[in-house]
Design a protein around this ligand. Structure first.
Ligand SMILES: Cc1ncc(COP(=O)(O)O)c(C=O)c1O
Length: 379
């Protein structure tokens, strides 16, 4: 094996993928309800995305950010027209987008402390590891970047206890993804935003998993009626091509003046071509209403078929982001579902996580629910 053993990989070698279906090298088909960890929101090789990439491949692949790439402006405008943000910094991953958000927040406030939450996940670079409220992610890497503090999710008093004169920002996932699919409470979010406004603290929303239609809205924060100062995107933005984005209000633009931050590959034209097709498809009310209808259908099926099973403790859902909490370790269940042709994810230790493509059909939902029912009945 020439690769680092960084991942415990499942016994599946991929040959091809199309829509909701992944095929292995032997030709076996799987229903993909994990979408590459919430990335292929439009399904695999969505034709509009593919056409856009192919067109760009024939024009140019990379020239660096020393020159203008008009396709970056098109994607940035699509994001800012559809959000409270005004300026976009493009990078290549979720961790990089959060890294940029943390740097910008420190720079524009002149303060250092960033408050995040227990069970949060923000990435694996040094700053984003420090931001992540999970001890196991930080273990073994020596001293972390200083000035991060962890509050209790959905508990405004614990945030108040962490705030001091040096607090630059609070960083939040409106639905904690990796931590176990935990949606934030409306009152908690209201109180948090009010508190941050009163104390001149920036609100950073990590939309890396919840953004780009995943919850039935363009961005997850829309469910809560709030406007973050900064938010971050990645995963679904490129539908499989690596791209991240940090989006902020105009008043913070000067914090990232020339030389303050950068990335050789950030805003790569081929990744931008994918993102352009994604945003033009997803930022559409008809499309998003269909996502919500599918999410409602999935919810009905889960309530009817899966919730009554003995093993299931609770089902949590926001749009097409679902956590089936089994109250005990699910690591043996995920491969069993895979054997039966259904790819799912886990979240935390006890939660089966479903992130189907937003383009999933009701027939595919029925098939997935039936495989889950049959499997969860016997484990
Ligand atoms: C909410 C959230 N933030 C940040 C990240 C890190 O993204 P990446 O793996 O692209 O660096 C993830 C990845 O799972 C995530 O779910």
């Amino acid at each position: 094996m020439a690769l680092f053993p960084t991942y415990n990989r499942y016994q599946l070698s991929v040959k091809s993928a199309d829509g909701t279906i992944v095929k292995n090298v032997e030709g076996k088909e799987y229903l993909d309800f994990g979408t590459g960890i919430g990335v292929c929101n439009l399904g695999h090789r969505h034709p509009v995305v593919q056409q856009s990439i192919e067109k760009q491949l024939k024009e140019y692949w990379h020239v660096s950010n020393l020159y203008h790439s008009p396709i970056q402006d098109i994607v940035a405008e699509a994001i800012t027209k559809n959000s409270p943000g005004d300026n976009v910094f493009f990078c290549n991953s979720g961790a990089e987008a959060n890294e940029a958000a943390i740097k910008l927040a420190r720079k524009v406030t002149g303060k250092e402390k960033i408050i995040t939450f227990n069970q949060s996940f923000h990435g694996r670079t040094f700053a984003t590891m420090a931001a992540t409220g999970q001890e196991k992610v930080r273990e073994g890497f020596g001293p972390m970047l200083q000035s991060f503090a962890y509050a209790i999710f959905n508990d405004i008093e614990s945030v108040k206890q962490q705030i001091d004169q040096n607090t630059a920002a609070v960083m939040l996932e409106v639905v904690q993804g990796e931590g176990g699919v935990f949606p934030a409470n409306q009152t908690f979010v209201n109180d948090l935003v009010q508190l941050c406004n009163e104390k001149d603290i920036l609100v950073i929303i990590d939309e890396i998993q919840t953004g780009i239609g995943r919850t039935g809205k363009k961005f997850g924060f829309e469910h809560y009626g709030i406007e973050p100062d900064i938010f971050t995107l990645a995963k679904g933005l490129g539908n499989g091509l690596p791209v991240g984005a940090m989006v902020a209000k105009r008043k913070y633009a000067e914090g990232f003046g020339p030389g303050a931050h950068g990335s050789t590959f950030g805003g790569n034209p081929v990744a931008m071509a994918a993102a352009k097709a994604v945003v033009s498809t997803v930022f559409d009310d008809v499309f998003l209403n269909e996502v919500t209808e599918k999410a409602n259908y999935l919810s009905e099926q889960l309530v009817k078929e899966i919730n009554p099973l003995n093993i299931v403790k609770e089902i949590r859902q926001k749009g097409l982001m679902v956590g089936i909490d089994c109250g005990k370790n699910v690591s043996h269940i995920v491969p069993k579902l895979m054997e039966k042709g259904l790819l799912v994810l886990s979240a935390g230790e006890n939660v089966i996580r479903l992130l189907p493509p937003l383009t999933v059909s009701t027939g595919e939902i029925d098939q997935a629910v039936s495989i889950m029912k049959e499997t969860l009945e016997t484990v």
